[in-house]
Design a protein around this ligand. Structure first.
Ligand code: ATP
Ligand code: SF4
Ligand code: MG
Length: 335
């Protein structure tokens, strides 16, 4: 088997907060390669963004990787010098965030922002980097690249700004694009255009995509695999088809049940009653137990590991009984 482009092994991240030391990420593992598309879903605060930031070396100052390994192209990035690490990161992975306007520099034209990495990091001449930027502007579907090159971010609509953010992320020719809710702030039409663009990039240039979202419909549309995050861990992982049709963890089941009409264009995941645990205190038992409709006293004694079952991986003592508890669910925590 070939080495995956990015491999994350048992990643743990701690964050210093005024409530104490938060065990924000508690053993996350995944591999991603060219052309793969992984959706990461879970409620607010489950650790999706911190996972991405840890992988890309963008953690805030009060957070650090406390254990685990991150390999880029088979190399343990913790063992590389800062310069080599930065070069490997930028040639392997790019990132786009939800709020494109915050990610763009308001006083530099969009063309020059897109040309920056080719010019100053990839060593292209001024005219080469301009050509690269013009190509990227076209590639992300912005028409009339020559005249748009000299516009400032505030002169573009939200959808075009998000395209510029994607062009900047692609400017170092990354093989994997990490997307943290890149379409949440956009209206439905623009969201559909941005998703189509990502699908095209994946199809045409083999771009791998890790897509963080609250929106199950988006995962269904652009991802092959899904990872469901709860309390700093993946609690279910599998193909989108099998997980959507046959969830093996009660949390996934509840998320799917809480999602509105499958034909609606936006599905938000905020309606499971109760709250996720406070991760500045030790986790005892299954962290989903207080909200779970399928648990029993055994679930309060130890935390289930993510283990392989028939078509997926699930961190639930009762995942093998998923047909039974799904059928008998009449009093789930879903409002
Ligand atoms: N800079 C920070 N300082 C303190 N705590 C933080 C910081 N960033 C994140 N956290 C905490 O780490 C945990 C995971 O946060 P994270 O941003 O990864 O959540 P998320 O799953 O991305 O949520 P959302 O869906 O709201 O974006 C949360 O408890 C959050 O409050
Ligand atoms: S281990 Fe128990 S409490 Fe946790 S999700 Fe499974 S059934 Fe529910
Ligand atoms: Mg987030």
């Amino acid at each position: 088997m070939s080495t995956p482009l990015i491999s994350v092994e048992n990643l743990c991240v701690e964050i210093k907060t005024n409530r104490g030391l938060l065990q924000a990420i508690r053993g996350v593992s995944f591999d991603i390669d060219s052309g793969d598309s992984i959706g990461i879903v879970g409620e607010s605060g489950s650790g999706k963004s911190i996972t991405l930031k840890a992988v890309l070396g963008l953690l805030p100052n009060n957070a650090h990787v406390s254990s685990g390994k991150i390999y880029f192209a088979g190399q343990d990035i913790a063992k590389l010098e800062k310069k080599a690490r930065r070069a490997l990161l930028s040639e392997t992975a790019g990132m786009i965030f939800q709020d494109a306007i915050a990610a763009l520099n308001p006083v530099i034209t969009i063309g020059n922002q897109i040309a920056e990495v080719p010019r100053y990091r990839l060593g292209q001449s001024a005219s080469q980097s301009r050509q690269t930027a013009l190509k990227l502007i076209e590639q992300v579907g912005i028409s009339d690249a020559e005249s748009r090159f000299d516009l400032y971010p505030h002169q573009l609509s939200g959808g075009l700004r998000q395209r510029v953010a994607i062009a900047i992320a692609l400017s170092a020719s990354p093989k994997i694009l990490f997307c943290d809710e890149p379409t949440t702030a956009l209206d439905v039409t623009i969201q559909a255009q941005v998703l189509r663009l990502l699908l095209e990039l994946r199809r045409n240039s083999g771009l791998g995509i890790v897509f963080v979202t609250h929106d199950l419909a988006v995962v269904n549309e652009i991802c092959d695999e899904i990872k469901v995050m709860y309390a700093g861990r993946f609690v279910e992982s599998g193909t989108v088809d099998s997980t959507f049709n046959n969830p093996t963890h009660p949390y996934t089941y509840s998320l799917l049940k809480a999602a509105p009409d499958p034909d609606a264009s936006v599905h938000r995941l905020f309606s499971i009653s109760g709250e996720a645990p406070n991760l500045s205190e030790p986790v005892v038992g299954c962290p989903f137990a207080p909200r779970c409709f399928a648990g029993d006293t055994h679930c309060l004694t130890s935390e289930p590991e993510l283990l392989k079952i028939a078509h997926s991986e699930s961190a639930c003592f009762k995942s093998k009984d998923h047909d039974k508890w799904a059928a008998s669910d009449s009093k789930s925590g879903v409002k």
